[in-house]
Design a protein around this ligand. Sequence first.
Ligand code: NAD
Ligand code: ZN
Length: 369
Amino acid sequence: MSRQAKAVVCREWGKPVEVETITVDAPKRGEVTIKVAACGVCHSDHSATTGKIQYPPPLVVGHEAAGVVVDVGEGVTGLKEGDYVVSTFITMCGKCRNCVRGRPVLCENAKKSMVTLPDGTVRTHGKDGEDLYVFGACGVMAEYATLHEDNCVKIDEGVPMSSAALVGCAVITGVGSVFNTAQLEPGSRAAVFGIGGVGLNAIQGCVTAGAEMVIAVDTNEKKLEMAREFGATHTININEVDDVSKAIKKLSGGGVDYAFECVGNGNVVEQAFKALGRAGTVVVVGVADMKDKTSISTFALPADERTLKGSWLGSARPQYDFPRILNLYKANRLKLDELVTQTYSIDEAPQAFEDMLEGKNARGVIIFE
Ligand code: NAD
Ligand code: ZN
């Protein structure tokens, strides 16, 4: 059965998002409809509304949600009505070369489903019946969403839905960049640039993985306070130092072993690279404009054995990592509830985006009735 749902839609790049009533079709083969309970507001959603991430409008945003399965399409084997799930903006087919070698975030089929479901069509329509694209095969900033089962991860009941939702992007991206991409060694020294929802999770990932020193870098004093609450041992406000890379080198006695770039800016990547010690690694997590470039010392790569690498959704294996993160939360080894610093109704979504841009929240979360 198709459903009417309020949804947050980008109609034109550069304009504020709009809250509209849309039609969400019933699931087709391999798909489920979920009643969304909570959806985090990620900077990537905003980037899709400006064209920084080039997802075409009209687009239903949202990729970081938790909800309950209310309708199950033909051929679905892994989910049933009433199951709790977290969305993932990566379609994981489980069969392509990258999936079978343990790299589902690089799934070949995910490339085909950036703004549609994996079969190339959508289940979402505006008031004139026109198709609406969906962010990352999700479009879950809506009361209901129809997704492919390969974009859902089943979770246990009992975790607050607003906290569980964040595992779908901010938490897995930050924590996974440390656990999976960097494979940080205990006793390491780390720096995290950009303390948004993603950077805060990189910080707590470093702490949980046993880093000896975690230096948080941001332009916003409030974010640096949050960083300390999440376990940063040192903080640097960029506006208060002449050269952030030198300041990090001094604090860490010669440079950090790992630097996580969680801003999405080539200049920051360069600062992170310059802050490394010998054998150091920069992990680029932030998503920059397509035209953005970075500049690093080519010589330092071999001579210092430095590494520059990227991390997409925390190099996750979502079916394994989401439950793993939720178990660490249950064991009080990762904070999730504290990430939710403000909740909003769906009608307040434009405000939630503004608050994110002003740096007011660790994560703002839309809560559905
Ligand atoms: P956010 O807006 O919540 O946080 C960004 C933070 O960076 C803010 O605290 C801001 O003050 C800080 N900042 C801005 N300019 C800075 C600078 N020059 N130096 C240091 N700090 C600076 O954003 P978020 O939701 O945490 O997302 C962060 C980035 O990660 C975005 O680019 C987003 O698109 C990207 N992202 C990547 C993935 C992935 O899979 N790689 C997944 C999700 C988000
Ligand atoms: Zn995100």
